[in-house]
Design a protein around this ligand. Structure first.
Ligand code: ADP
Ligand code: MG
Length: 256
């Protein structure tokens, strides 16, 4: 575990990496997030579980303003991203996001996939960007694949390249939205292993996942969402092992 506190204790508020208060999100008449309060401490790993359509992706996407909140505030590393004066591009630079679909540039090889944003956004030199890229490829177990094109890699390898690409931007926190859901079962383990090592290194992570074993082993805290609300949260053994709410029990009985 990355931090000293365990999931059963409240996260320390002094060093919250992410502080979400009263977050609501509507799409037209559809209320998707109905009042979310959630703090994530620096170095904490929070896994978000819940049924399809409960608002998990929307919650993650609000954190880096891929969706504009309808109400509430979200403070990331001290910056209120919901403040119209916030320089969201600057805040986003510190937030890595990994999706179910890997979204690699298919016409670029692995090395170029990892260096293009470093050079354009962070203005790193070619040699520095390549050095950072190689270091992160090694970190995800893909040293030596610099010249491969995405189509030459398995889904699991592509997702690890996507993680390495995010890491190459030196993020202070990482958002994962079902990063293993599109993978063949035999490829899931390698991606989860990379995420586990990131957690061990102290990365702040919000992870939407259906991988209950991963959540149980790696999360400092598990948050169960249903119908736009946080229904229940706590340490993984509490929420997954001994859920208190009927809706949590029903959900877990379907996925475990
Ligand atoms: P989850 O990730 O938990 O499956 P989502 O956050 O993706 O849930 O979606 C929650 C609800 O919001 C769903 O009913 C979905 O159809 C709706 N929704 C998500 N994105 C949009 C959008 N851009 N426009 C309209 N409705 C959306
Ligand atoms: Mg989703």
């Amino acid at each position: 575990m990355a931090t000293a506190h365990t999931g059963s204790e409240p996260a320390p508020t002094g060093d919250a990496a992410i502080s979400i208060n009263g977050l609501k999100k509507n799409f037209g008449a559809l209320e998707v997030l109905k009042g979310i309060d959630l703090d994530v401490a620096a170095g904490e790993v929070v896994c978000i579980i819940g049924p399809s359509g409960s608002g998990k992706s929307t919650l993650l996407r609000c954190v880096n303003l891929l969706e504009q909140p309808t109400a509430g505030t979200i403070v990331v590393n001290g910056a209120d991203v919901t403040d119209p004066d916030c320089e969201i591009d600057v805040v986003r630079r510190h937030i890595g996001m990994v999706f179910q679909q890997f979204n690699l540039f298919s016409h670029l090889n692995v090395l170029d996939n990892l260096t293009v944003a470093q050079r354009k956004v962070l203005r790193r030199s070619k040699s520095e960007a390549e050095q950072v890229a190689r270091k992160n490829l090694e970190r995800v177990g893909l040293a030596g694949r610099e010249a491969s094109f995405p189509a030459q890699l398995s889904g699991g390898q592509q997702q690890r390249v996507a993680i390495a690409r995010s890491l190459s931007m030196s993020p202070s926190l990482m958002l994962f939205d079902e990063p293993t859901s599109a993978l063949d079962p035999e490829l899931v383990g390698d991606v989860l292993a990379v995420m586990r090592s990131l957690a061990d290194e102290g990365m702040t992570m919000m992870v939407v996942t259906h991988e209950m074993a991963f959540a149980r082993d790696v999360a400092d805290r598990v948050v169960f969402m249903d119908d736009g609300f946080i229904v229940e949260q706590g340490g993984p053994h509490q929420v997954i092992g001994d859920p208190q709410h009927e809706r949590t029990k029903t959900f877990l009985s379907r996925v475990l």
